[in-house]
Design a protein around this ligand. Structure first.
Ligand SMILES: *Cc1c(COP(=O)(O)O)cnc(C)c1O
Length: 406
């Protein structure tokens, strides 16, 4: 909820831009850190959700680790202050160069996703004369009850090693001289709201996997249960900070009965992305035109699917707010809010009730802090929307100031 003075400051900035509320980020990280301490979780922030350097430096400064999915993310995370021993690196298609980068920095773990990748990591580490820290990603075959594009833990998904290869995996790991086996990794999907059910099931599978390999002499010292905690896109102001308590409690309870003959308890890791950063970001855009269709009224904005692709890619819902109208006394209308890009999927929302809106009004597309700016493209040769920070509005350079609409 922004006050009138803040909105007046935002009105002066050229749109579109991403607005980050660092105070909300602080509260969110506070809660995650508090609950991680209470339930014994080690938290690695999933850098791919938002790699804005100020956000990364802030999260690194709070002592969290990083979860990366490319060599560039590993390098960037290191540059933003994440220590190598807290960086995990997952992904089904790491290149030899990316593996060398990770191995040479001695990161916490390379999370291997196929038998062949384990062989390649072993041979690269051997050539470099070091031992590579490796976690093995297992495909737990669990339905996360989320969008099919963000479900990752089913047999039909490309991620992780499936059960029918477990025997071969055990044999392979025992024979790799240049690998330091650290444990198992699971990640079942994203925007998971069914916390109790999905994560209890994940823990059950994790316990079974640990027990199976312990019997073959492979002891896990770490279990990484991935990310995926969902957020409230419908009503971000009602739930600005996700329920880390419920998530971590479910995981802790789920892992409490883990048994590994004669071994210490593995430490438990999580990799939240969306839940840490989604609510602190909004995409701020202006209404360029109000257009009267046959049965619809369109608000056409200056931000498009190139700035935030989630609605076009997943049919994702983002709440749209008219910031300028909060200072006016006006009735409600129903609008289709759409972007300027030459694709019919470039739609923010259909039949949205909003205060009567006019050309020049500022709109906030809420909950855009995760998988927003990081997925932007220059499609249609449009410019990238820059970052603006709510606590640093006075530092916005003149070059980003608004040119008045005609
Ligand atoms: C994307 C990803 C995450 C983060 O998922 P969120 O839903 O944003 O919490 C964690 N781990 C891995 C391996 C991922 O690919």
């Amino acid at each position: 909820m922004l006050d009138i003075n803040t909105i007046a400051e935002l009105e002066k900035i050229r749109t579109p831009f991403y607005l980050y509320d660092m105070e909300l980020l602080r509260k969110t990280v506070d809660e995650a850190v508090l609950m991680a301490g209470r339930y014994g979780m080690e938290v690695h922030y999933a850098v791919k959700a938002n790699s804005d350097s100020r956000i990364l430096r802030y999260i690194a400064g709070r002592g969290l680790g990083a979860d990366c999915v490319s060599g560039n993310e590993v390098m960037f995370a290191l540059g933003c202050g994440f220590p190598a021993e807290k960086i995990a690196f997952a992904g089904v298609g790491k290149t030899d160069m990316e593996i060398e980068t990770a191995v040479s920095h001695g990161i916490f773990s390379l999370t291997c996703e196929s038998l062949q990748e384990i062989q390649v990591v072993d041979s690269i580490a051997g050539r470099m004369g070091v031992r590579a820290n490796v976690m093995v990603r297992i495909n737990p075959n669990i339905d996360a009850h989320t969008h099919k594009y963000i479900t990752t833990g089913l047999d039909e998904n490309k991620f992780g090693i499936p059960e029918h290869e477990f025997d071969a995996l055990a044999g392979l790991l025992s024979g790799c001289a240049n690998i330091n086996f650290k444990g198992f990794h699971f990640h079942v999907g994203s925007q998971i709201l069914d916390v109790g059910e999905v994560y209890s099931l994940e823990c059950e599978r994790a316990r079974a996997v640990v027990a199976f390999f312990a019997e073959k002499g492979l002891h896990a010292t770490n279990i990484d249960l991935g990310g995926g905690l969902g957020i409230d896109y419908r009503d971000p102001d009602a739930h600005p900070v996700p329920d880390f308590e419920a998530w971590f409690r479910t995981l802790q309870e789920g892992m409490s009965s883990i048994s590994q003959e004669g071994c210490v308890r593995p430490s438990v890791h999580v990799e939240p992305g969306r839940s840490l950063v989604a609510q602190c970001g909004s995409l701020i855009t202006r209404v360029l035109y109000v257009k009267y269709g046959v049965n619809k009224t369109f608000l056409i904005t200056d931000a498009g699917m190139n700035d935030l692709i989630r609605p076009a890619l997943y049919g994702a819902y983002h709440k749209v707010e008219n910031l300028s109208a909060s200072a006016r006394d006006c009735g409600m209308k129903t609008y289709d809010v759409v972007g300027p890009v030459c694709e019919s999927s470039d739609v923010w929302g259909e039949d949205r009730p909003l205060p009567e809106s006019v050309r020049g009004d500022l709109l906030a597309i809420r909950s855009a802090g995760a998988y927003g700016q990081v997925m932007a493209s220059r499609y249609n040769l449009r410019d990238f929307a820059p970052s603006v920070y709510l606590d640093r509005l006075c530092e916005v350079p003149d070059s980003m100031k608004m040119v008045k609409l005609a």
